[in-house]
Design a protein. Structure first.
Length: 335
């Protein structure tokens, strides 16, 4: 099972991949027909010659995706991004956690750091907040100087570049493989005597090939279920305040239905003193750290499963030898 956002991402990606591969099969049928027509031959075996396969792959598969879709690698001389107070604190406490829990993986270490950070008092956080403020100014100044010299940066971090590059190369490899598989399918259709060169342009023939080669039911088999193991969303200051005050308000107004009670809570929140709101905002900030830490560990755990699902594409054919925040209601958004 997947979280709702992960499911929607998978469903969208699966649908786009399916449409692209259906179109690729259709275009391969037309290219195969054109090849036979131009060569004035009905020799189906010529469709799977290495040179013919490579020619049609180059016509149909966009091998320039990397250059067109990826920004430049990150300039090594570009300003180093600023750190948050939490990151500065982690630098001072990371070794201690690793020493205390030598068997912990990185995700578990991050979770432990997040849990400890939530217990750090405001006065102890102050030095790290000061460092973060100074580092932010440093980054803004260096970025301004860098852009004056080099222009506005359109780069991305090297790790992101390499990850996206790998994904694009896997897509290109999968599409080339699909073209090869389709040409072999066409050769089989022509060789068994059930189809002629002209019938290759028949949409029923193409649709039949698409259905036999692609998993067209992938989206219907994906079921939208919320993963019970997914981290709970970030709670806003308002949500946390409601949690502490809902029961007492319900005792005062037992006749109120849920909607009416929510409206009263919203009205009361508008009258809450600023100091009280700030205290709950601090709790919300701590909850955000909890969420980000748990989500990092959760994504690390799910990454392999998601990658395996989408890395296979939507093809059924055998490989050929030769890629959540809980917030305030609109009634109280303006505090």
């Amino acid at each position: 099972m997947y979280s709702q956002s992960s499911f929607k991402h998978i469903q969208t990606l699966a649908q786009a991949t399916l449409h692209r591969e259906q179109e690729l099969i259709r275009q391969t049928f037309f290219q195969a027909h054109q090849h036979l027509k131009d060569s004035n031959s009905s020799d189906a075996d010529s469709l799977v010659n290495e040179s013919t396969v490579a020619e049609i792959q180059n016509q149909l598969v966009d091998t320039s995706l990397v250059k067109r879709c990826l920004p430049t690698k990150k300039d090594k001389n570009a300003p180093r991004r600023n750190k948050s107070a939490y990151m500065f604190w982690c630098e001072d406490n990371l070794d201690a956690v690793k020493e205390e829990f030598p068997d912990y993986k990185m995700g578990e270490v991050a979770k432990e750091l997040g849990a400890r950070w939530k217990k750090v008092k405001s006065k102890d956080r102050a030095p790290y907040q000061k460092k973060a403020t100074a580092d932010k100014k440093r980054f803004q100044t260096e970025t301004k100087d860098y852009e004056l010299e080099h222009g506005v940066s359109t780069t991305i971090p090297l790790s992101s570049y390499q990850s996206q590059r790998k994904t694009i190369h896997e897509t290109i490899k999968r599409e080339k493989q699909l073209v090869h598989q389709t040409l072999m399918k066409i050769r089989s259709l022509l060789s068994d005597g059930t189809h002629t060169m002209e019938s290759l342009l028949n949409m029923e023939t193409i649709t039949s090939a698409q259905e036999s080669m692609l998993d067209t039911q992938l989206n219907t088999r994906l079921k939208e279920k919320k993963d019970p193991g997914a981290p709970k969303g970030i709670r806003s200051a308002y949500v946390l305040w409601c949690k502490e005050n809902r029961a007492s308000l319900q005792e005062q107004h037992p006749e109120c239905k849920m909607g009416e009670l929510s409206k009263k809570l919203g009205d009361l929140w508008k009258t809450v003193e600023l100091e009280v709101k700030e205290a709950f905002k601090e709790k919300s900030a701590e909850d955000k750290i909890r969420y980000e830490t748990e989500m990092a560990a959760y994504n690390q755990k799910k990454a392999q499963a998601l990658g395996e699902l989408m890395g296979e594409g939507s093809t059924n054919a055998e490989p050929v030898e030769h890629t959540n925040v809980e917030s305030e209601p609109s009634a109280v958004l303006n505090e």
